[in-house]
Design a protein around this ligand. Structure first.
Ligand SMILES: Cc1cc2nc3c(=O)[nH]c(=O)nc-3n(C[C@H](O)[C@H](O)[C@H](O)COP(=O)(O)OP(=O)(O)OC[C@H]3O[C@@H](n4cnc5c(N)ncnc54)[C@H](O)[C@@H]3O)c2cc1C
Length: 393
């Protein structure tokens, strides 16, 4: 057993930490206040190779695997959950669906531009009536010659207002339902910045937090996709999408790990500095218990995230652990933000602090990429499978 990161992974962490401190941090408050994604920061991330961290070099990536990708997400999550979400949706679910489901032609066609940041990616699964029940999607893909025609809409899509390449799941055979009759496609929604024919970016969501990460609906009306853009097999797109989300959940755990670590750091600094009743508040056992609980949970999460990344990189089963990364990561980060807010007192409620922003930004991590209730169901399903019991048809 070796708990050391490789020299390459250590160098990557140093690179990302410097980038996050020097480029991401100064842009964070402005993006939160204006709800404008910091596009120049994303461009700079691309320029130093960060948008291709997990992918093999032959597709323009850094070849740092899931472990490297978790390092990227942890370090970005430490500074700004919004930027981590824009980059996470681009790499970890948008481009990842093309990598996992695409044949050699599609990988070579799309991944180099995505790794170089020439194009931004999104992952479009959710619809108005299909959230947790993703199998009830209705976006229709109808065969016409050697193309498919998309009609319908998606909603709540991260990077929807920015992306020109999207992985999208649509129903190709309604009689079979989504599990056997849905197909994944890679589509091009914008050309030179203008919406492609048949595509309309929908309503821009005004959210509680994550203001630097744009979210929107998508609308398709007679939108043509060449048949060669199918990811995986026709009718088996649900598998591609679920596999992609499994990998994405590990890195979401890493982003929440970074966020939790950051609020602990702030809470320690503040507790050491703030005096009440003639002494530092850090001398109160109630404060000590809170920071000790935070640190213990963060350490446990760190082990889980990087062990799961190791499972992914070594081609071992990881679905149960991925669900745990997402479940525990989001709940540990929420508890840490809550405790940090308590330690900060009134100041933690002020828009002048990062703790207040973290509070708003963190809340969504218990909801997106599969709610925590759904994670518990998926984990239980795997546990029962291990003892030979199938709890879902
Ligand atoms: C900021 C943001 C970004 C997003 N980005 C993307 C994206 O890039 N791509 C994308 O496709 N989607 C995206 N989503 C959508 C997100 O994944 C869904 O919101 C999420 O899956 C939950 O779906 P829902 O909101 O419809 O909730 P619902 O499914 O309606 O769930 C409501 C509540 O009921 C619970 N529930 C539902 N079914 C069960 C059950 N069987 N057992 C127990 N409890 C249950 C849920 O856990 C939840 O608490 C994003 C959402 C947000 C807010």
């Amino acid at each position: 057993m070796d708990f050391e990161f490789s020299r390459e992974h250590q160098a990557l962490r140093k690179l990302v930490r410097e980038f996050a401190e020097e480029e991401v941090r100064p842009a964070t408050r402005q993006a939160d206040r204006t709800s404008q994604p910091p596009l120049d920061v994303i461009k700079k991330a691309a320029a130093i190779g960060l948008l291709g961290v997990p992918f093999p070099r032959e597709y323009g990536g850094l070849g740092a695997g899931e472990t490297g990708y978790c390092i990227l997400m942890e370090e970005l999550g430490r500074v700004d959950t919004s930027v981590a979400t824009v980059i996470g949706a681009h790499i970890g679910i948008g481009a990842m669906a093309i990598y996992l489901g695409g044949n050699q032609h599609l990988r070579e066609k799309y991944l180099p531009d995505l790794c170089a940041g020439k194009k931004i990616a999104a992952f479009a699964l959710t619809e108005a009536q299909a959230g947790s029940d993703a199998a009830s999607i209705k976006l229709r893909a109808t065969r016409e010659g050697d193309s498919y025609i998309l009609d319908g809409s998606k909603m709540w899509i991260t990077n929807g207002p920015l992306a020109s390449v999207m992985a999208v799941l649509a129903v190709t055979d309604p009689a079979l339902g989504a599990r056997g009759g849905a197909t994944a496609f890679v589509i091009e929604t914008r050309h030179n910045g203008s919406p492609a024919e048949g595509f309309t970016p929908g309503k821009y969501e005004h959210k509680m937090g994550l203001h630097g990460s744009p979210t929107s609906a998508l609308s398709f009306d007679n939108f043509r996709v060449p048949q060669e853009n199918v990811l995986g097999q026709i009718g088996l797109g649900f598998v591609v999408f679920m596999q992609t989300l499994d990998v994405g959940r590990v890195s979401l755990g890493a982003a929440t790990l970074g966020g939790a670590q950051s609020v602990l750091h702030h809470a320690l600094e503040w507790a050491a500095m703030r005096e009440q009743f003639g002494k530092s508040i850090a001398q109160n056992q109630s404060i000590q218990f809170m920071v000790a609980d935070m640190a213990a949970e963060i350490e446990a999460l760190r082990s889980l995230v990087y062990r799961t990344a190791w499972l992914v990189d070594n081609h071992k089963p990881f679905i149960k652990e991925a669900g745990m990364c997402k479940l525990l990561g989001s709940e540990i980060a929420s508890r840490c933000v809550d405790r940090a807010g308590q330690i900060y007192g009134a100041l933690g409620y002020s828009r002048d602090t990062d703790v207040e922003r973290s509070y708003r930004d963190c809340r969504i991590t218990e909801i997106f990429e599969g709610t925590n209730e759904i994670q518990r169901i998926l984990i239980a399903e795997q546990l029962f499978r291990e003892v030979g019991v199938k709890i879902r048809p």
